[in-house]
Design a protein around this ligand. Structure first.
Ligand SMILES: Nc1ncnc2c1ncn2[C@@H]1O[C@H](COP(=O)(O)OP(=O)(O)O)[C@@H](O)[C@H]1O
Ligand SMILES: [Mg+2]
Length: 250
C-alpha cells in the first residue's frame, strides 16, 4: 500500500514536471516565432529602399552604364525581388500558423473551380486542363482551404512548365469519417528517395535555376491540413508527375 502510494506520488511529480517543461518549450517557441516574424517584417523596408535607390541609379545613368554595371544593377533588382517574395511567403506562413480556424460548410467544387479560374488568369500563356468529378461539401476554414488548394495547383502548373500542357486530375474518396482528396499532375515530378522532409519549410527538390521557388508552399499546405485534423502525403517519380493527397474530417 505504502509502495503503491509512493509510486503514484512519483508519477504525479513526473507528470507535473513534463507539463511544466512542455509549457516552457511552447513559450520559447512562441517567442522565437514572434521574433522571426518581426525580423522578416523589418527586413522588408530596407530591401524596398535598396531596390528603389537601384532604380534611381539605373534611370539617372541609363546611357553611361557599362554592360557589366547594367548587369549588376539588374541583378540587384532581381535579388531584391526574390528576397521580398521569400519574406512575403514566410510572413504568410507565420500568419497562417497562428490563425484560428473559422469552420464553415465549404463547397469544394466551387472553391476548386474558382481557383482554376484564378490560376488560368495568372498563367495566360499556359494550356491548363483540369479533370475532376463533382466535389463534395466539407467543413473547413474557407480561406485557408483555398490557400492550400492554390498552393498545390500552382505547383502543378509550375512544375509542368516544360510540358506541352498542364494536366491536373482531381479525385476524392469518402469514408465514414473523412474525405480524401487527390491532385495529380503531369509535371517534372521528383525522386521520392530524397523527399523525406519535403513538407518542411524551405525544402526543395528542384534547383532555383530550373524552377523558381522558396520552399514555403508545401509547409503551408501541411500546416493548414493538420490544423483541420487532416493528414497530407505526396507521391512522385522523376518526369512522371506528382500526386498530393490530403484528408479532411467530416
Ligand atoms: N507538383 C509538383 N511537381 C514536382 N515537384 C513538386 C510539386 N510540388 C512540390 N514539388 C517539390 O516540392 C518542393 C517544395 O514545394 P513548395 O513548398 O511549394 O516550394 P516551391 O516554392 O519550390 O514551389 C518544390 O521545390 C518541388 O521540388
Ligand atoms: Mg510552391
Amino acid at each position: 500500500m505504502e509502495l503503491n502510494e509512493k509510486i503514484r506520488s512519483m508519477n504525479d511529480e513526473l507528470e507535473n514536471r513534463v507539463l511544466e517543461r512542455t509549457k516552457k518549450i511552447q513559450e520559447a517557441n512562441n517567442e522565437l516565432e514572434k521574433f522571426c516574424y518581426t525580423v522578416a517584417h523589418e527586413l522588408k523596408a530596407p530591401l524596398r529602399a535598396i531596390s528603389l535607390y537601384n532604380d534611381i541609379i539605373k534611370e539617372e545613368n541609363e546611357e553611361d552604364l557599362t554592360k557589366e554595371s547594367e548587369y549588376a544593377v539588374d541583378n540587384i533588382t532581381m535579388y531584391c525581388g526574390k528576397s521580398l517574395k521569400l519574406i512575403g511567403d514566410i510572413l504568410e506562413y507565420s500568419k497562417m500558423k497562428s490563425q484560428k480556424l473559422k469552420l464553415v460548410r465549404v463547397n469544394m467544387n466551387k472553391l476548386v473551380e474558382a481557383d482554376i479560374d484564378e490560376i488560368k488568369i495568372l498563367n495566360p500563356e499556359r494550356d491548363i486542363r483540369v479533370n475532376m468529378p463533382r466535389l463534395p461539401v466539407v467543413m473547413a476554414d474557407e480561406f485557408l482551404l483555398m490557400c492550400a488548394v492554390h498552393n498545390i495547383m500552382s505547383n502543378s502548373v509550375k512544375y509542368s512548365a516544360k510540358k506541352q500542357y498542364t494536366e491536373i486530375i482531381i479525385d476524392y474518396e469518402e469514408t465514414a469519417e473523412k474525405y480524401i482528396f487527390q491532385f495529380t499532375d503531369n509535371g517534372a515530378g521528383f525522386d521520392m528517395e530524397g523527399a523525406v522532409n519535403i513538407f518542411e519549410l524551405f525544402n526543395r527538390m528542384h534547383p532555383d535555376t530550373e524552377y523558381e521557388g522558396s520552399g514555403v508552399g508545401l509547409a503551408t499546405v501541411k500546416n493548414i491540413i493538420e490544423k483541420h485534423g487532416g493528414r497530407i502525403s505526396i507521391k512522385s517519380a522523376v518526369d512522371n508527375g506528382c500526386t498530393v493527397m490530403f484528408s479532411l474530417l467530416k
